[in-house]
Ligand binder design. Structure first.
Ligand code: NAD
Length: 388
């Protein structure tokens, strides 16, 4: 994006990030440095029962471990967050440690708010409603996608409205993010691909956002380069620690970038498909992204040239629109190459569902950051129809 002399922005980021294979073993030291004594881990039952990840955290924490809430659900619902908060309160938690994908990290952010502010999670809905520091939180991602460990937002599903809603505040950044590639080697191929496309969508969307700014651009472009290079390597060789680590870094950069520049239409549609049809968030983003790029080509071609270049396309001699269309084509090809479905019909989304989906997506909080206003539900239906 080109900027004018009146450019102004805020860039906020998680206070501290540690990266490295096996850094998780030093967790007790990090907690000690924070002066905290009772850590409650927030995770899901699969990670707790079917992997050794929770045991590794417990071992690293030693006597600082004060219990584990294992009731995180995918696309966390408000009642599940309230339940996690009741458990953490009962255990006398002075620190939350989220272990898992975006669902665990977002649950912990909601729990942190309830422990400090009281009430239920939906009482605190909205941006910048939370105005003071919250319960300390260490985020340990086990997927490389959402970048939630680097963002100021939690995404919570309200089952009554059948819609995802948000709490966003600078006080929701975790105090520490621990990026350890040994925690992501067990992620199955479909989830590796899907979560990687969530990060890709963050990176592309922050480049075209109406709130775009130079710092988020830099993170976004590098994230696209890393994902293009290393996501296929994670799929070829799941225990490749270099590739897994580079994907964690890419997801973190893209998360940080969109937390400041915001996502837009692609995420508005993905949130709605997740809330209404259970389409995994990253999968929805991947399916839709090439088509959303084409929809914005009339206003964002110059930004898509940068996407093309970050994906390794030689754009010399091309017009912005030619290069932008090459980027969208390459994105569509990439989604196929990493084995992700490119059809919503795999999730029983039919033509009949499109008007309702479009209406809800129009009310999603992210849509207003689109590079051009999206006024017509028919436009959204048109994009979704292409991938039925
Ligand atoms: P997820 O957290 O829902 O996890 C998906 C599945 O992967 C779960 O069944 C989990 O048990 C499994 N899993 C996680 N790590 C694993 C591992 N290492 N090995 C084996 N299985 C593993 O998926 P996600 O894509 O990471 O998160 C999606 C959620 O994050 C959505 O609710 C979305 O709205 C939210 N989100 C939040 C932000 C934010 O900034 N707060 C950004 C993007 C997305």
């Amino acid at each position: 994006m080109s900027y004018d002399a009146d450019l102004n922005f805020v860039y906020a980021h998680t206070h501290k990030t540690v990266f490295g294979a096996n850094v998780v073993k030093d967790l007790g030291t990090y907690v000690g440095e924070m002066g905290l004594k009772r850590a409650v881990v927030i995770t899901d039952s699969f990670l707790a029962d079917k992997t050794d990840l929770l045991e590794r955290i417990k071992k690293a924490l030693g006597p600082l471990f004060a219990g584990a809430f294992t009731g995180v659900v995918p696309d966390p619902t408000a009642p599940s967050v309230d339940e996690g908060a009741a458990y953490a309160k009962q255990q006398g938690a002075d620190l939350l440690i989220s272990l898992g994908g975006g669902s665990a990290i977002d649950t912990a952010k909601g729990v942190a708010v309830i422990l400090k502010e009281g009430g239920k999670v939906l009482d605190h809905e909205g941006y910048h409603v939370i105005e003071r520091p919250q319960t300390p939180h260490i985020a340990i991602p086990t997927t490389a996608g959402t970048g939630s460990e680097a963002t100021m937002v939690t995404v919570i599903k309200d089952p009554e409205r059948k819609q995802k809603t948000f709490i966003g505040s600078y006080h929701l950044h975790p105090n520490l993010a621990v990026l350890d590639p040994t925690l992501t080697t067990g992620l199955p191929p479909k989830l590796t691909a899907a979560t990687g496309m969530d990060a890709m969508s963050h990176a592309v969307e922050c480049l075209i956002s109406s709130l775009g700014q130079p710092l988020s651009d830099a993170y976004g472009i590098e994230a696209i380069r890393l994902i293009t290079t290393y996501l296929p390597r994670c799929l070829e060789k799941p225990d490749d620690l270099l590739a897994r680590g580079q994907m964690l870094i890419a997801a973190n950069m893209a998360g940080s970038a969109f937390s400041n520049a915001m996502c837009s239409l692609n995420h508005a549609m993905a949130h709605t498909l997740g809330a209404r049809h259970g389409v995994h968030h990253g999968t929805a983003n991947g399916i839709l992204l090439p088509h959303t790029m084409r929809y914005f080509m009339d206003v964002s071609a110059a930004e898509f040239v940068r996407v093309a270049q970050a994906m390794g396309i030689n754009t010399a001699g091309m017009s912005d629109e030619e290069a932008g269309n090459k980027a969208a084509d390459k994105m569509e090809q990439f989604v196929k190459e990493i084995g992700l479905t490119d059809r919503l019909s795999s999730y029983n989304v039919t033509e009949d569902a499109l008007p309702g989906l479009a209406d809800v997506a129009m009310t999603d909080g992210t849509i207003i950051y689109s590079p051009k206003p999206v006024f017509e539900p028919q436009d959204i239906m048109g994009i979704m129809r292409k991938v039925l």
